[in-house]
Write a protein that binds this ligand. Structure first.
Ligand code: ADP
Length: 272
């Protein structure tokens, strides 16, 4: 499902003292099957942006098109859009509430009006895709580690068969091992299913290692939108908009080691 945003702006609390323009004329095109990272420091507008992509927030001005159709036109089927665009919120494990892992993953597809067999088949497949085998099915979500809980939450969304999967800070609060496991799994999934995956992160390290394209958001606007290699050429500007300096230098160093020809003269890169 291709997406197009045309001059999308969003204002919170319009007209009162707390008014805040969180998105400022964002224009974007997202073709099918890309693996995209959205990065920006806290408060830059990332969450506001992704909530527009599945219709949870409605733009104050501008338009959004899915497969060429304006989602704000009268009669547009938002319900179907929401099932096609899966959004996994930050700390999704807080939304696990069924008695066991398998029931939890069945919850979403059950509401799509599918047969029991179809629901269970989808749940099994989704759990396999996030790397959880049958030994987890009957476990209570409370028995699981942070990373495992998050996988269950992602499987719950996958079982809905989304065409676009949006993950908001999927590695927040995980240890490095849990973080790598989740991201490796997501990368594999993206390749296998050929769905669009949008990974929201404030960690450039996470994003640079996996995605084809990075969109850097700052103060409600798009600062860069390019391949990781091109974006990291601007690492000084990334630092200047609050994307942590040690992280930037670390990532630049890692990319140079990968053989990327990034033109940096800063001594900080060598020091990283
Ligand atoms: P990010 O996800 O990058 O941290 P957000 O999209 O959450 O950024 O926030 C963008 C801006 O909008 C910030 O300045 C934030 O304070 C403001 N904001 C977010 N949610 C609300 C809200 N419900 N009411 C008012 N302002 C908000």
């Amino acid at each position: 499902m291709s997406m197009k945003l045309k001059k999308v702006s969003y204002v919170y609390s319009e007209g009162d003292a707390f008014e805040k323009k969180a998105l400022d004329e964002i224009s974007l095109e997202i073709p099918d099957g890309q693996f995209i990272g959205i990065i920006g420091h806290t408060g830059s507008g990332k969450s506001t942006l992704i909530q527009h992509l599945n219709g949870l927030l409605r733009a104050t001005s501008g338009a959004i098109y899915y497969d060429g159709e304006n989602i704000y036109q009268e009669g547009y089927d938002m319900r179907t859009l929401r099932s096609k665009v899966g959004l996994v919120f930050q700390y999704p494990e807080h939304q696990l509430f069924e008695v066991d892992v398998f029931s939890d993953v069945c919850f979403g597809p059950k509401n799509l009006g599918l047969s029991k067999e179809e629901v269970e088949e989808r749940a099994k497949k989704a759990l396999t895709q996030v790397g959880l085998d049958e030994s987890y099915y009957k476990k209570s979500p409370f028995e699981l580690s942070g990373g495992q809980k998050r996988r269950v939450a992602i499987a719950g969304i996958l079982a809905m068969h989304p065409q676009v999967l949006i993950l908001d800070e999927p590695t927040a609060g995980l240890d490095p091992k849990g973080r790598d496991e989740i991201l490796d799994q997501v990368a594999l999934l993206q390749k296998e299913r050929k769905i669009t995956v949008i990974l929201v992160s404030h960690s450039m390290e996470d994003v640079a290692r996996y995605v084809d394209r990075i969109i850097v958001v700052n103060d409600g606007k798009i600062l860069f939108d390019d391949t990781p290699k091109q974006v990291f050429q601007h690492y000084k500007e990334l630092e200047s908009v609050g994307l942590a300096a040690p992280q930037v230098t670390y990532v630049v160093k890692a990319l140079k080691e990968k053989g990327w020809d990034i033109d940096t003269t800063a001594t900080t890169v060598e020091e990283a």
